[in-house]
Ligand binder design. Structure first.
Ligand code: 4FV
Length: 234
C-alpha cells in the first residue's frame, strides 16, 4: 500500500512511523509513506496557505488553491483521498479494515479552523475523524490512521491471526488475557486457562468478551446478532 500525506507539519511525522510495526511494514516494503508539505504548493513570497473566513468569524481557514494543486498532483486512478477532520465519520476498526484494502491513500491534514468548503466538495472521497475532540492540526489523526491500517497489511503482523480475534473485530471488546507466572502476588490465572480444554477456554473467553462489552461498552452491540451472543467455534 502507498500512503501520501499532505500536511503543514511534515516534521511531526518523523519518529512515530519509523518504529515498531509501522517501521517494519515500511522496511518490508508493505507500506510506502511519503509526507508532503502543503507550503511547497504555494507560489507567493509568504508561502500563504490560509486566509480569513468570508462572513467573519474567528481564526483562519486553509485556502483551496495550494490544496487543489497538491491533491491534483498526487492523486492517481485508484487513489482514495481522505480528509482528516472532526466533521468526518468516526474512525472504527471496520473503517480501518476498509481502508486497508485500498491501493493508494492520500491523507489531507486539516489545520487552523479547517478547510475551505470547496476542498471537501471537490476533492474528498472520504472524511474521517478520530474522535469528538478538537486537535491543533490533522497530523496526529493521520498517524493514528496510518498505524491502524499498517498493522492489517498482509505479512506485517507476525501472526495474522492476532488481528482476527481482537477487540472490535467481532464488535466486542477482547476477553481478559494472562501470561506467566500463573500466580503473581496472590493473583491467580483463572483455572480454565490452565486446563488445556480448548472448547472450555473458547466458551470462557466468549462469555468474558460479552460481559466486558456489556459492562464497559454497551454501545457496542457485538457481531450483528441481536443478543450479542458469540458462538464458541467462531
Ligand atoms: C481532527 C479530529 C481534528 C480541527 C481543527 C485540526 C483539528 C484543525 N481531525 N479527527 N478530531 N482536527 O481535531 O480528525 O483543523
Amino acid at each position: 500500500m502507498n500512503i501520501d500525506v499532505l500536511t503543514l507539519f511534515p516534521g511531526m511525522f518523523a519518529g512515530p512511523l519509523d518504529e515498531s510495526i509501522v517501521g517494519r511494514a515500511r522496511a518490508l516494503g508493505r507500506l510506502t509513506l511519503k509526507i508532503h508539505n502543503l507550503r511547497d504548493y504555494t507560489h507567493d513570497r509568504h508561502r500563504t496557505v490560509d486566509d480569513r473566513p468570508f462572513g467573519g468569524g474567528p481564526g483562519m481557514l486553509l485556502k483551496p488553491e495550494p490544496v487543489f494543486e497538491a491533491v491534483e498532483g498526487l492523486v492517481g486512478e485508484r487513489t482514495r483521498t481522505v480528509l482528516l477532520t472532526p466533521t468526518g465519520r468516526k474512525l472504527t476498526q471496520a473503517i480501518v479494515r476498509e481502508l486497508a484494502s485500498a491501493e493508494h491513500i492520500l491523507l489531507v491534514c486539516g489545520s487552523y479552523e479547517g478547510f475551505d468548503e470547496r476542498i471537501r466538495q471537490a476533492l474528498a472521497d472520504d472524511e474521517i475523524s478520530i474522535g469528538d475532540y478538537v486537535l491543533t492540526n490533522g497530523a496526529l489523526p493521520a498517524m493514528v490512521l496510518i498505524d491502524a491500517v499498517a498493522r492489517l497489511l498482509p505479512g506485517v503482523l507476525g501472526d495474522e491471526s492476532s488481528s482476527v480475534d481482537e477487540s472490535f473485530s467481532h464488535g466486542l471488546l477482547e476477553y481478559p488475557q494472562y501470561t506467566r507466572p500463573a500466580e503473581y502476588r496472590g493473583m491467580k490465572v483463572p483455572e480454565v486457562l490452565l486446563s488445556g480444554n480448548h472448547a472450555e477456554i473458547a466458551r470462557w473467553r466468549a462469555e468474558q468478551a460479552r460481559q466486558r462489552t456489556m459492562e464497559c461498552r454497551p454501545d457496542l452491540k457485538g457481531p450483528g446478532s441481536a443478543d450479542g451472543q458469540v458462538s464458541v467455534d467462531e
